[in-house]
Design a binder for this molecule. Structure first.
Ligand code: IMP
Ligand code: MG
Length: 384
């Protein structure tokens, strides 16, 4: 059973928590895109640690960790992460393998990232991602295989290694970084990251094929956030808006890589449908439903007006002429963090989920949300 976990919005959907749940049934975890721009916070005892490179499965000691060819690697940062965890007693070094074909982020990339960002105004994470991929595509990049005395194992051929593991019956989990709306081709270009964050990135970024995948899990938040600049049609922009404040504070919406406050807004169903379809997602996980407790009514975007015409698709390349059409639904006040069964959720919460499912299935023929996360802990999960 090989699984892909993808973010369906602008990143920070809570993929790490879903990966954590799947890790028990995983032998090998693979990162296939991006680099230190990704960030997820894990708790070891009472310490919070932010990881940028290592897959979220890292706390599961039986899982082998692969940084595949599609990634861009800052070896100093990787080394720091490994050491931090090893000092806390978590064996990591022996479990990590890096593809020799992944590209190296160098000082010049970090400098260029900051310079270029001043001109483009994209609001990058400053981790050298864009410039490193630029050199890769221009064919004068430097790859991990050039490191003369690597401190972890380097894979001469990531693709063949994974084939070998899959043929041996190992269970592989491919962990996406960022989200589909930040995809270099399919996102809100030029306000995107420089890699393929969707299903295509799995294939080019690790060298396996579509038939090697058994399940594609798409993760989305019950609302939307975005960090950095670029179109965000359902953003709540009024600084005085109490819902904006609620989502930021209750949702703790601060970037884990840069500490920037994330922009917050309502769920965008057409965008969700776009991401599900483009990635042939076949399982849906919704996160942070608990954060919506206390917001009433809740708004959801169900369509768009583009140049005055109503459309039901996400106008990803015409967002400057588009205006979201909202639907308002009743909210709920109850805290839901310890609910165990779907039927024990407040009726308004159940209706919120059912409404989303109805919209998705009316377009795609299916739309069941089978995993609902209601808090940061592993146990705060409803399965349907
Ligand atoms: P870059 O990936 O550093 O080039 O940044 C490009 C854009 O993607 C910026 O808007 C970043 O804030 C955003 N971004 C990059 N990585 C992440 C992530 O892991 N989560 C959320 N946003 C991200
Ligand atoms: Mg993150």
């Amino acid at each position: 059973m090989n699984t892909v976990v993808l973010g369906l919005q602008f990143g920070d959907e809570g993929k790490g928590k879903i990966v954590d749940i799947f890790s028990e049934f995983t032998d090998i975890a693979v990162r296939f895109n991006g680099g230190g721009n990704a960030g997820h916070t894990i708790k070891v005892d009472d310490r919070k640690i932010v990881l940028h490179y290592l897959p979220s499965a890292v706390l599961h000691e039986h899982v082998e960790l692969i940084l595949a060819n599609g990634m861009v690697i800052d070896p100093i940062e990787v080394e720091k992460e490994i050491n931090t965890l090893e000092e806390l007693g978590i064996p990591v070094r022996k479990r990590v393998k890096i593809s020799g074909a992944a590209h190296l982020i160098r000082l010049v990339h970090l400098e260029r990232d900051l310079q270029v960002n001043k001109i483009t105004g994209i609001g990058t994470t400053g981790k050298g991602i864009g410039p490193c991929y630029t050199d890769k595509i221009a064919r004068y990049g430097v790859r991990v295989r050039e490191i003369s005395a690597p401190l972890v194992k380097i894979l001469p051929n990531c693709s063949q290694y994974l084939h070998h593991c899959i043929d041996d019956g190992k269970r592989v989990l491919f962990e996406g970084a960022q989200g589909f709306l930040l995809d270099i081709d399919h996102g809100t270009y030029p306000f995107v990251t420089s890699s393929s964050t969707g299903i295509g990135g799995v294939f080019s970024g690790s060298g396996i094929g579509p038939m090697d995948i058994d399940r594609i899990t798409g993760v989305f938040k019950a609302y939307t956030t975005r960090v950095g600049n670029g179109p965000f049609p359902t953003e709540i922009t009024d600084p005085q808006d109490k819902n904006k404040h609620h989502l930021t504070i209750k949702g703790n919406e601060f970037g884990s890589t840069t500490g920037r406050k994330r922009r917050v807004g309502w769920l965008d169903i057409p965008a969700l449908i776009y991401a599900i379809r483009a990635n042939t997602v076949d399982e849906l996980a919704m996160t942070k439903l608990d954060i919506l407790s206390g917001i009433d009514p809740i708004k959801v975007c169900t369509g768009y007006k583009v140049n005055g015409h109503k459309v039901n698709y996400f106008p990803v390349h015409e967002l400057s002429d588009a205006e979201p059409i909202y639907h308002e639904v009743p909210g709920w006040q109850e805290k839901i963090g310890d609910v165990e069964q779907f039927q024990d959720l407040p009726v308004a919460a159940r209706n919120y989920i059912k409404m989303i499912e109805t919209y998705i299935s009316s377009r795609l023929g299916w739309g069941g949300i089978s995993i609902i996360s209601i808090g940061p802990d592993r146990s705060q999960l409803i399965r349907r």
